[in-house]
Write a protein of this length. Structure first.
Length: 161
């Protein structure tokens, strides 16, 4: 077992992990941050996306020991302390960007990474960026719309699905 320490959503976190423990399992099982989901065992679905040192990462592709000392952000850190949703979360709600919600934490974290690097993405750029996030419910259209709305762009020309 190895001791790991990291900052998760601005707070110090630590635990004892096996070398094979994935970051997603450390977050969910040890830190009880179960908003980061596991939707596959093939690194395809993106339900597990978190930020590690500011970069979007599929937390099922990284060992917890690799995140030792890192700054990690999960979906639990996105809303304000009083529960007020952040701009992206609110846009998902306003534009019906979710149905079952299973993919939503990963979608929101991916969207946050996209908008950090590209504050006004085109529809094509949003769709391209979401290539690593699978949604089994929505057909993606309203997710794309929500992300573009969160970037402050007029989405009235994008028809609702
Ligand atoms: S659980 Fe990580 S990509 Fe599916
Ligand atoms: S809303 Fe159900 S998987 Fe995306």
């Amino acid at each position: 077992m190895t001791q790991v320490k990291m900052t998760v959503n601005g707070k110090a976190a630590s635990g004892e992990v096996e070398g094979r423990t994935l970051l997603v399992h450390f977050l969910r099982d040890d830190l009880e941050l179960t908003g980061t989901h596991v939707g596959c065992d093939t690194s395809q679905c993106g339900a597990c996306v978190v930020h590690v040192n500011g970069n979007a990462v599929k937390a099922c592709t990284m060992f917890a020991v690799e995140a030792d000392g890192a700054e990690v952000e999960t979906i639990e850190g996105q809303a304000a302390e009083d529960g007020t949703l952040n701009t992206i979360q609110q846009a998902f709600q306003d534009h019906h960007g979710l149905q079952c919600g299973f993919c939503t934490p990963g979608m929101v974290m991916s969207a946050a990474a996209l908008l950090k690097d590209n504050p006004k993405p085109s529809e094509a750029e949003v769709r391209h960026y979401l290539d690593g996030n699978i949604c089994r419910c929505t057909g993606y259209h309203n997710i794309v719309k929500a992300i573009m709305a969160a970037s402050g762009q007029d989405v009235s020309a994008l028809a609702a699905e």
